[in-house]
Ligand binder design. Structure first.
Ligand code: MG
Length: 393
């Protein structure tokens, strides 16, 4: 029986993970669940799964959850705050940690799980983008096993030789090719993009996801962050990483080897597939998802990503090439810009402008690249302040 910590239990990834716990009660136990401030949603999950611990990142919400569970007679111990989140991620009894907290706030608990040598299932890309070098260094030192959940990186993991591990450059690989759906604006006339609303941007054609990542998919910043994520996870430079638009979202990514062979992983656009793979690895478990009906699908399309349509992808490539603090700055500026867009304070093209301005300001700084956690968080805070100012400008 594996004891599982689910950080971000009430989100899309968290709920899909708990669906697998439901399917495999002999193998998996929900040991600890966390949420940000949705008391009712976490209470319902605690009532069903009876975890030993529950953590609300928001302290006042922890108080409310404690009262709610006491009234329901559920014996779960409730904790509150960021320090409790990091402590539960490193809990001595936990075997696997699903790291699925959206945004930069997921960094500290992810790092705590890595430092504790856990098997860490990484679903949130921000920690890898912000602090990739630090995370991989600490994982190596603590003997932590990292398994990517992001569908593209999980697909690559599945297409690499069985002895491959994250953090090492895979042998005989010429290129990793990330597939992208192209999002809701793949065919929108370029001049219409200026007037795009948040409601249009969050309507993804193939995947059901939270609002932030849906906007990132529309701008293709999501793919840009994934390029950086792939560079960190598989220790490969920009020149060996490619993106291709594949509107069917059936091929989740490919690995090209030096002999010209290309291996791909295919499946339904259902996150239970990569989650089941990671939870079971190196075994395979039933996920509740069937295979593709290839004859019904008929054909697969591929096209190059147009950087005029998706300028955020170009910005992410530039940040990857620049290295140092640039990926961290890119991520922070993007979070600020997307939030402002979702709140109606920034136009759709404004997202690109804010990130571009913040990266330009970062390039003028002379500080040496951040290596430790405090320095990384300081760069993140600096970039957010610069981006906030750019939103207001
Ligand atoms: Mg992805």
């Amino acid at each position: 029986m594996q004891k599982l910590v689910v950080l971000g239990a009430t989100g899309t990834i968290g709920r899909n993970t708990l669906d697998l716990v439901r399917r495999h009660p002999q193998r998996l136990q929900a040991y600890a669940l966390s949420a940000n401030r949705d008391v009712e949603a976490l209470a319902a999950l605690c009532i069903e799964f009876r975890p030993r611990h529950a953590v609300m990142a928001d302290v006042a919400s922890a108080e409310a959850l404690r009262a709610r569970l006491a009234a329901a007679g559920v014996p779960t111990t409730v904790h509150g705050g960021g320090a409790a989140l990091a402590a539960i991620a490193a809990d001595a009894e936990a075997d696997q940690v699903m790291s699925a907290i959206v945004g930069a706030v997921g960094l500290l608990p992810t790092l705590a799980a890595v430092r504790a040598g856990k098997r860490v299932l990484i679903a949130n890309k921000e920690p890898l983008v912000m602090a990739g070098r630090l995370l991989m260094r600490e994982a190596e030192a603590a003997g932590a096993t990292l398994i990517p959940i992001d569908s593209e990186h999980n697909a690559i993991f599945q297409c690499l030789p069985p002895d491959s591990r994250c953090g090492r450059a895979p042998a005989h690989v010429r290129r990793l090719i990330l597939t992208a759906s192209g999002g809701p604006f793949r065919e929108t006339p370029l001049e219409a993009l200026a007037a795009v609303t948040p409601q249009q941007a969050v309507r993804h054609p193939n995947w059901v996801m939270g609002p932030k990542i849906s906007v990132d998919s529309a701008t293709m910043m999501n793919k840009g962050l994934e390029l950086i994520e792939a560079s960190v996870l598989y220790d490969l430079p920009d020149a060996q990483l490619d993106v291709v638009i594949h509107p069917e979202s059936a091929i989740h990514s490919l690995v090209e080897y030096v002999d010209g062979s290309m291996l791909a992983q295919l499946g339904h656009a259902d996150m239970r597939v990569p989650i089941a793979h990671a939870l079971a690895w190196p075994e395979r478990w039933e996920s509740g998802v069937g295979g593709l009906d290839l004859a019904a699908l008929g054909r697969f399309r591929f096209e190059a990503a147009d950087l005029q349509r998706f300028p955020c992808l170009g910005l992410a490539r530039a940040a990857l090439r620049a290295g140092g603090d640039a990926p961290n700055v890119l991520n922070a500026a993007n979070e600020v810009a997307v939030q402002a867009f979702l709140e109606g304070r920034l136009s759709y093209p404004g997202i690109t402008e804010v990130i571009d301005r913040t990266l330009a300001a970062a390039a003028r700084r002379t500080a040496s690249p951040a290596e430790d956690l405090d320095a990384i968080l300081a760069v993140d805070a600096w970039a957010r302040a610069v981006a906030q100012e750019a939103v207001g400008a």
